[in-house]
Design a protein around this ligand. Structure first.
Ligand code: TTP
Ligand code: MG
Ligand code: MG
Length: 391
C-alpha cells in the first residue's frame, strides 16, 4: 500500500496520572492537581504530571514539586501510584484491542494504531472510527484521550497533541502547510532539545522553516542520515510501519531521598532503600514475565552528578535475592565522594522467562508488556519518565 493511503492513529491519554487519580478523588475535580513523589511539595521530587487546571498556572512535568507549589499555592499534590496507572493502562489498551489488533504500544499512556484494515475506516475519513475508539476508552476507564489521525505515525503523533484534552484531529497531506508548518520544529518526534537548539542557531525554528531549508545544509550539520530524515519529516513524510510487538529493554526503579544521604553515616537508610528498590524491580519483572542478566545501580550526588555501575550474571534472573546481591556489588564499586541524592536499580538484557515461570496475568497479544509501565525505555514517548528511568 502506498504511504499516502494509510490511516494511522496516535492515541494519547489526557493528563494521564492526574486523570487516574481524579477517578478516585472526584471531589478534587476542577481544582489544580499535580502528581509526584510523595505527594508532599515540602519534600523532594518532581511533578510527573499535572491536570489542565494546574497547567494553567505553569505547573509542568519534570518540574520540582516545590517550584510547582510556588507557582500554584492552591494546587493539590498527590503521590504516584504506578500500580494503579498500569492497571488503567491495561484497561484502555484492552478497550482498543476490541477494535483492532494493529496496536503499537508506545508507553503507559499512548499507542499507535493502523486502522487501514478496520471495517468502517472509510466513513468520514476515519473520524467515525476514531470517535468510537474514544467512546470505548471512556467506557472502559472513565478517562478521556486525544487521537491524531493521519497517513503516517509522524503526523498522527503531532496531530494527537494539537487539540488536547479530549481532542480528535485529522491531518491530511494537504493540511501540512497550514497546520504543521507553523509549529515549532521540536514538535517532530525525534527532534529533541539539543537538535532544536542547533536548528535555532541555523535560524530554523518552525517545521515550515525546516521544510524549506536546503537539505544539503541540514546534512552538513547533522550528518547524511539525520539531515535527510529532518527534511522528509518536515514535509510530513514517514513510512515507518506500526510495530505490533516488541520486547522491553529494561526495567528500573529509582527514588530521590528526602535529604542527601551520607554514604557512611546514613548507610542503613541507603542500603534499606536499595534493597527495597531491588524488591520492586524483581516483582515488576515477575509480574511481566521477564528476567534480565545485567543489573545496574545508579547514584546521583548532591552536585547532580550521576554515576552508574552494572554487571552481568550468567543467566537471566527475576529473583529478588540475586538482583540485590548484584546491586550491592555494583554499589560497592562506587567510591562516593559526596552526599547521595538519589539511588536507582535497573535490570537490563531482558528475556521472557521460561514457560514454567510464565506470569498468570499475561497481557493480550496485541498489547504486549513493552513500555506499559513507568520506567520503560521509550524513545517515542518523548516523556522520559524521569521519576523511574535511567538516563
Ligand atoms: P504524557 O502523555 O506526556 O502527559 P500526560 O498524559 O500527563 O498529559 P497530556 O494530556 O499532555 O498527554 O505522559 C504520560 C504520563 O507519563 C504522565 O501522566 C505522567 C508520566 N510522565 C512522567 O512520569 N514524567 C514526565 O516527564 C512526563 C512528561 C510524563
Ligand atoms: Mg498523555
Ligand atoms: Mg503520552
Amino acid at each position: 500500500m502506498k504511504p499516502a493511503e494509510r490511516r494511522i492513529a496516535h492515541l494519547d491519554m489526557d493528563a494521564f496520572y492526574a486523570s487516574v487519580e481524579l477517578l478516585r478523588h472526584p471531589e478534587l475535580r476542577g481544582r489544580p492537581v499535580a502528581i509526584g513523589g510523595y505527594g508532599d511539595p515540602s519534600r523532594r521530587g518532581v511533578v510527573t504530571t499535572a491536570n489542565y487546571e494546574a497547567r494553567a498556572f505553569g505547573v509542568r512535568s519534570a518540574m520540582p514539586m516545590r517550584r510547582a507549589a510556588q507557582l500554584c499555592p492552591q494546587c493539590v499534590f498527590l503521590p504516584v501510584d504506578f500500580d494503579e496507572y498500569r492497571r488503567l493502562s491495561r484497561l484502555f489498551k484492552r478497550a482498543i484491542a476490541s477494535i483492532t489488533d494493529q496496536i503499537e504500544d508506545r508507553g503507559i499512556d499512548e499507542v499507535y494504531l493502523d486502522l487501514g484494515a478496520v471495517p468502517g475506516v472509510e466513513r468520514a475519513r476515519g473520524l467515525e472510527l476514531a470517535r468510537e475508539i474514544k467512546r470505548r476508552v471512556r467506557e472502559a476507564t472513565g478517562l478521556s484521550c486525544s487521537i491524531g489521525l493521519a497517513p503516517n505515525k509522524l503526523l498522527a503523533k503531532i496531530a494527537s497533541d494539537l487539540e488536547k484534552p479530549d481532542g480528535l484531529t485529522l491531518i491530511e497531506p494537504q493540511d501540512i502547510p497550514a497546520r504543521i508548518w507553523p509549529l515549532p520544529a521540536r514538535r517532530i518526534n525525534g527532534i529533541g532539545p539539543k537538535a532544536d537548539e542547533r536548528l535555532a542557531r541555523l535560524g530554523i525554528r518552525t517545521i515550515g522553516e525546516l521544510a524549506s531549508a536546503d537539505p544539503d545544509l541540514l546534512c552538513a550539520h547533522f550528518g547524511q542520515r539525520t539531515g535527510r530524515w529532518m527534511h522528509e519529516a518536515a514535509h510530513g513524510r514517514d513510512e515507518r510501519p506500526v510495530v505490533t510487538y516488541s520486547e522491553p529493554v529494561s526495567r528500573s526503579r529509582e527514588t530521590t531521598f528526602d535529604r542527601d544521604l551520607h554514604p557512611r553515616h546514613d548507610w542503613h537508610e541507603l542500603a534499606g532503600t536499595l534493597a527495597s528498590l531491588c524488591r520492586q524491580v524483581a516483582a515488576d519483572l515477575r509480574s511481566r514475565g521477564y528476567a534480565g542478566r545485567t543489573i545496574g545501580v545508579k547514584l546521583r550526588f548532591d552536585d547532580f552528578r550521576i554515576v552508574t555501575r552494572d554487571l552481568s550474571i550468567a543467566a537471566p534472573t527475576a529473583d529478588e535475592r540475586e538482583i540485590r546481591k548484584a546491586a550491592f556489588e555494583c554499589l560497592a564499586r562506587v567510591q562516593p565522594q559526596r552526599r547521595i541524592r538519589l539511588i536507582g536499580v535497573r535490570v537490563a538484557g531482558l528475556a521472557p522467562r521460561s514457560a514454567s515461570a510464565a506470569p498468570r496475568d499475561a497481557t493480550p497479544d496485541a498489547v504486549k508488556p513493552r513500555a506499559a509501565g513507568a520506567g520503560a525505555s521509550d524513545a517515542d514517548s518523548g516523556a522520559g519518565f524521569t521519576p523511574s528511568l535511567f538516563d
